[in-house]
Write a protein that binds this ligand. Structure first.
Ligand SMILES: [Ca+2]
Ligand SMILES: [Ca+2]
Ligand SMILES: [Ca+2]
Length: 224
């Protein structure tokens, strides 16, 4: 069965009225179809690509008397706080409370001496216990045994790192000094140390040396 629409009925009614002699001036409003507008939100721009900067350094130059530590790591090994990358992941002593980064330099030693690490950046600024941050972004975040104070955790480890993607290019020099201001330090006598250097997530090298009271030595230097 066909159904008469309202529009059809209206038209028929108007015609009937016109035929009956009445002048009908009317203007039927034709409903407009609703325009369907589809608004498509433009897709958000993709996030900027993460800067993948590969920082590399040539093999460090080491001082006379410094020995290279061979085979320092085993994949899957437990990382312990010893100044070495035990598990081969390019981070030295991760989980020990000090930081890794695009550059990480970690000094560890044995005994009661107060050793101090000095790292000089390409601009010539030296980071140490007395100047812990450089303008280039370097930071000594682990200092140890200041005047023989042994009350802190990992009190025979010092650590310096740069964690920005682009640490400054140039030559970095790493020195170690055996503080001899008190017998509390010098009574430890000659002290074996280990120093590791990691750049761009890779350990460049680990080094051993036995340092004497009041000695100051350039352990290693490397160039980005
Ligand atoms: Ca590690
Ligand atoms: Ca370790
Ligand atoms: Ca120290």
């Amino acid at each position: 069965m066909m159904r008469a629409s309202f529009g059809t009925l209206l038209t028929v009614s108007l015609l009937a009225m016109g035929l009956s002699g009445c002048i009908v001036r009317t203007q039927a409003r034709i409903p407009r179809p609703h325009a369907r507008v589809t608004v498509r939100a433009s897709a958000p721009p993709p996030p900027p690509a993460t800067a993948t900067v590969t920082v590399q350094a040539a093999q460090p130059t080491v001082a006379s008397g410094v020995t290279v530590v061979e085979a320092t790591c085993t994949q899957g090994a437990q990382e312990v706080c010893n100044g070495l990358d035990d598990n081969c992941n390019g981070q030295i002593d991760e989980g020990c409370g000090y930081s890794s980064g695009n550059i990480q330099i970690t000094l560890a030693w044995q005994g009661g001496a107060d050793l101090d690490m000095y790292v000089t950046d390409p601009a010539g600024e030296t980071i140490s216990y007395s100047h812990r941050r450089s303008a280039s972004g370097g930071h000594l975040d682990q200092d140890a045994r200041g005047q023989c104070n042994a009350s802190q955790a990992n009190n025979t480890i010092e650590n310096v790192y740069w964690n920005q993607p682009n640490p400054p290019r140039g030559t970095y020099n790493v020195q170690v000094h055996y503080w001899a201001g008190s017998s509390c330090s010098t009574s430890a006598g000659p002290t074996p140390l280990t120093l590791s250097i990691a750049v761009g997530g890779r350990v460049l090298g680990a080094y051993n040396y036995v340092i004497n009271p009041d000695q100051r030595i350039d352990i290693a230097s490397f160039t980005l």
